[in-house]
Design a protein around this ligand. Structure first.
Ligand code: RTP
Length: 155
């Protein structure tokens, strides 16, 4: 299984300003840790408007875009890179559906949110966007390569 671990994916996960304010950072980290994912990078950032406009470039025509940028810039965000098998897709499952009213209980949004405009967390939606987002939010020097002692117990 060495090969599979070596080729394991990275995803960009963020606790949005409402999640940080509500004290949910620890719980969100804990869910990824307990599932078996490995933390490769983490920092608290208050993002600039320009940075957020790059992050959400695909949504710039949406009517909710200005509100989304204001919300995301309203306080610090906990930015993270999580690594492990199928991290992008499974990361989205751990977060739950974008609209919390449709999120399954047991997911982060399904447990903690009721409003799409205050949905607590972000996760990359594809391997390609994960790579772009990781490069946007982190310098290469901030990404840690380390061996998880529990790997053999996870895989
Ligand atoms: P995210 O990037 O935050 O993980 O969310 P997503 O891919 O699941 O959803 P996306 O469609 O890319 O939307 C990004 C974020 O915009 C906010 N949003 N508000 N109708 C609305 O008011 C509305 N729709 C989306 C949400 O915060 C969503 O996570």
């Amino acid at each position: 299984h060495e090969q599979e671990i070596m080729s394991s994916e990275q995803t960009f996960i963020a606790v949005k300003p409402d999640g940080v304010q509500r004290g949910l950072v620890g719980d969100i980290i804990s869910r990824f840790e307990k599932r078996g994912y490995k933390l490769a990078a983490i920092k608290l950032v208050t993002a600039s408007k320009e940075h957020l406009e790059k992050h959400y470039a695909d949504l710039k025509e949406k009517p909710f875009f200005p509100g989304l940028i204001a919300y995301m810039g309203s306080g610090p965000i906990c930015a993270m890179v999580w690594e492990g098998r199928d991290a992008v897709k499974t990361g989205r499952v751990i977060l739950g559906a974008t609209n919390p009213l449709a999120s399954t209980p047991g997911t982060i949004r399904g447990d903690y949110a009721i409003d799409v405009g205050r949905n607590v967390c972000h996760g990359s939606d594809a391997v390609e966007s994960a790579q772009k987002e990781i490069a946007l939010w982190f310098d290469k020097s901030e990404i840690n390569t380390w061996k998880q002692a529990s790997h053999d117990w996870v895989y």
